[in-house]
Design a protein around this ligand. Sequence first.
Ligand code: SF4
Length: 694
Amino acid sequence: EINLERIEKKVRTTCPYCGVGCQIELLVQNGKIVRSNGVEGVLPNDGRLCVKGRFGYEFVHSPERLTTPLIRKNGKFVEASWDEALDLIAHKFNSIKAQYGPNSLAGYASAKCTNEDNYIFQKFIRTVFGTNNIDYCTRLCHASTVTAMLKSIGDGAASNSIEDFETTECLIVTGNNMIETHPITATYVKRGAAKGMKIIVIDPKWTPLVNYSTLWLQPRLGTDVALLNGMVREVIVNNWIDHDFIENRVEGGMQTFLELKSLVDKYTPEYTEKITGVPAEKIKEAARIYGTAKTAMVATGMGMSQQVTGTHNVFSLLNLILVTGKIGKERCGIDPPRGQNNVQGATDVGCHPAMYPGYIPVANEENRRYVAQVWGVPFENLSEKPGLTTVEIVQAANQGKIKGLYIMGENPMISDPNLNHTEQALKSLEFLVVQDIFLTETAQLAHVVLPAASWAEKNGTFVNSDRRVLRVRKAIDSPGEARDDWRIIHELAARMGKPMPNYSDEAEIFEELAKVTPIMAGISHSRLENHGIQWPCPSPDHPGTSTLYLDKFNTPSGKAKLFPVEHVDQSERATPEFPYILNSGRILYHYHTGTMSRKNKALTEFINHPYVIIHPNDAQKLGIKHGGIVKLTSKRGSLQTQVRIADEVLEGELFMPWHFSEAQVNRLTRDELDPYSRIAPFKLSAVRVEVVSD
Ligand code: SF4
């Protein structure tokens, strides 16, 4: 029972779920959070919250929280003291390093932890382990988007602010179920639609945003490059291109444009229809709406990025944006809404196998010298060799090359592709340490489990989807002996014989972080008291940057680059043995691997079980009823799940949410990787469907 008169304190912080970064006020009574309110008058949410932000805080008080370190002894976890657990970890990691070398060790950082936690974690991996084998689940969501954007326009983050989704004239939303995955961003879009904004949804699956759209293009899974090349051809043929922009702001000007023109020439509306299944008239109409709008934005999501052609998908999207000059101006640009609360920040502060904080390449000697000097470590100790990515770490473990792994707040036993392969890899490790707030599916395989503080028990910062650095503030104490992530790492560094400086608090960590992260050089905790600041913010008197590229792109030449790319058929296709194509994604009420959202009564009451969506015609062919149980089998594995019959998907295609451990979608997915970004194709797996019970 909430008694507002007995509220002990109200603590302003940032929502721990998606990358919108909504500002919330937690009301605390008897040491427990009893309510979460949206904070009015500040961006990005101005008081609004979705169901997760409003009701999703219960998990911090779950009786399932880890409260003491656990050590596996004779196959069972036994409670241990911090001293015992940390000494054991230090001894094991040091022994592995001495025997097999630093590159036999690796770490997974966390998109759920603060910038300060992640900064200390990557510093630990680089200076204590002595390797760049550090990555995390961003590799599995927007790695291809970031790769393409970095090459084409120079930054992998959103070019604009969330508010621009309300005021631009036209918006393309491609492969992004925004109303469910970024609900508060979607409120700006809905308000824009009410004022006449034209919305083009590109998605093989129906999403609620279709109800607000002017046009819905429903391409077959894996045909995005063809569709976008078809749209590029239409804007060229109809002269909806921006000649000045191409001449002055695109590398190679008209010459590179002509290369693109020549490549897309064959993507006539009819040819594009044949590949994508989208009617030629709709392709023309979409190109007209976007090409003739004075201002236009694009939101691109996992549907585009989580494919073996992910980087090429985003290149083809950027080609459309660049030839029409719809970037580098107010209310024009590209935003990839980020899935987890701090997936943007964790990469910003260096949890990347090839880059230090601020996207500074590790391979460059000058960079290493500067970072070594700020960190106070010998230059020779920093490896110039880029490390392994998430899926590569798993593959290397399976090959016996990675022997020890330190996982902070990640659950690859649900989130990785081809889970049977991941399970085998984690079980083969000589030593696995998992630091988390719950005994996740991954933690259950660990040799040592360390109990960490949740977001509500921490101070620090997150970075949201529009590059806004936001404060996280401690509202309650951690349960039992759970500790802040960065303090655990800091203590472990000392026990491994490589102590870090004695930071008095998170603000002091941020001070050091700002010294090696040029995009955040002007930001400090004290500047973030009332409002977040959008990077780049190069100096303490700089207000932050809401729109990127107004003067120049962040490439070495200052100009953007076109990357003409061809459509290629997917390497995995429907066959007589596996005749359906399975897509996977998220739903409103749950989040990532479900470790947090599934421990909230308010959220699980909406839905708490896995299901697969099947088109009514396919259901009839298969003789399946709504609510029946089917077995799905791919070349990698199988699972059983309940059936939901709906025409939200195309015939021959299926959709499953991936939050549920009872039916792990990733038992079916592939670990074949996009060659440029090393992302896995979560969106496209060939499967067969067998009826278990109708
Ligand atoms: Fe939290 Fe995202 Fe919902 Fe905002 S939109 S309340 S950040 S889950």
